[in-house]
Design a binder for this molecule. Structure first.
Ligand SMILES: *Cc1c(COP(=O)(O)O)cnc(C)c1O
Length: 281
């Protein structure tokens, strides 16, 4: 029987319920993480848990666990569910309380929930690439927080799905920010360009790995804003996240990216990413 973690208890999936007035449910008042498991190893676990704690701090949510305690809780869930290759979703909400926008006083205990999923790496898509579509970024101005409020992201992804694309690349006016659930890179003349880390994007852990791989390989990694026109003229485009890794975009708004094939810099980053997985798990 698959278990779900609810506040330190591993409960059967069908019994895993949360209170109707949980603030995550009522206000989207909470944060989350999604972590990959490769060969029984929780990939970049520390970086993800540190980001979870940062998100908590940024929304004034008191979490009683540190990185080691979170690691232990999640490890137990993964072992119980025998996850060899897959992922784990973790969310923390400000807890259950009568509905009132302001934080509950006195404060209530945060609710933590985690569930697992077993699946293989997206080998076929990594080799062939995906289609992406561009759309205005209508999200709030604290995209650096991995918040449960994902309506802007949900609408962007649904728009992509409707037009047979696998990801929506968002832009604020002329400036490309990030995907609905991924970071975005334009590659031009052998150099990588990606939005700098600030409140307009989520600082991806995969992005950090790609940066380190690029630096190892001597590929310039420019953390600079770039325009939609620049993206449309790119030789190669990549989107990245924990679940899609280093994913090539071969069509943008129905037009070929470069020659419409997965490019050489992308392949080189994918190779470096694979090596990073092998040496860090
Ligand atoms: C989670 C997320 C990413 C990717 O972050 P990873 O740590 O690489 O998984 C990028 N953008 C948004 C909006 C996200 O929610």
């Amino acid at each position: 029987m698959t278990k779900v973690l609810i506040n330190e208890k591993l409960v059967d999936e069908q019994d895993a319920n949360v209170p109707y007035n949980d603030r995550g449910y009522v206000f989207g008042d909470g944060i989350y993480e999604y972590i990959r498991v490769y060969n029984n190893n929780v990939f970049t676990a520390r970086e993800h848990f540190e980001r979870l704690l940062r998100s908590a701090k940024e929304i004034g949510l008191e979490l009683k666990y540190n990185v080691d305690e979170l690691t232990e809780l999640i490890q137990e869930l993964l072992s119980t569910n025998s996850i060899v290759n897959g992922g784990v979703y973790i969310q923390v909400t400000r807890g259950a309380a009568p509905r009132d926008h302001a934080f509950p006083t006195p404060s209530v205990e945060a609710n933590i929930m985690a569930f697992t999923k077993s699946y293989d790496r997206p080998y076929k898509l990594l080799e062939e690439g995906i289609n992406a579509i561009t759309t205005e970024d209508i999200r709030w101005l604290r995209c650096d927080i991995k918040s449960l409020n994902l309506l802007g992201n949900v609408l962007a992804k649904e728009y992509a799905t409707k037009y047979n694309a696998q990801e929506a690349i968002q832009h604020r006016g002329d400036i490309v920010t990030e995907g609905s659930s991924s970071n975005v890179y334009a590659i031009k003349d052998g150099e990588i360009y990606t939005h700098p880390v600030n409140n307009y994007i989520l600082n991806g852990i995969t992005r950090m790995v790609i940066k380190s791989v690029a630096e190892d390989k001597g590929i310039p990694f420019n953390e600079e804003v770039f325009t939609l026109d620049f993206l449309k003229g790119a030789d190669e485009i990549i989107v990245s996240s924990t679940s899609i890794e280093v994913m090539p975009v071969v069509k943008l708004d129905g037009e070929n990216v470069g020659d419409g094939k997965v490019g050489s810099i992308t392949k080189s980053l994918q190779e470096g990413f694979n090596r990073y997985i092998d040496t860090h798990s």
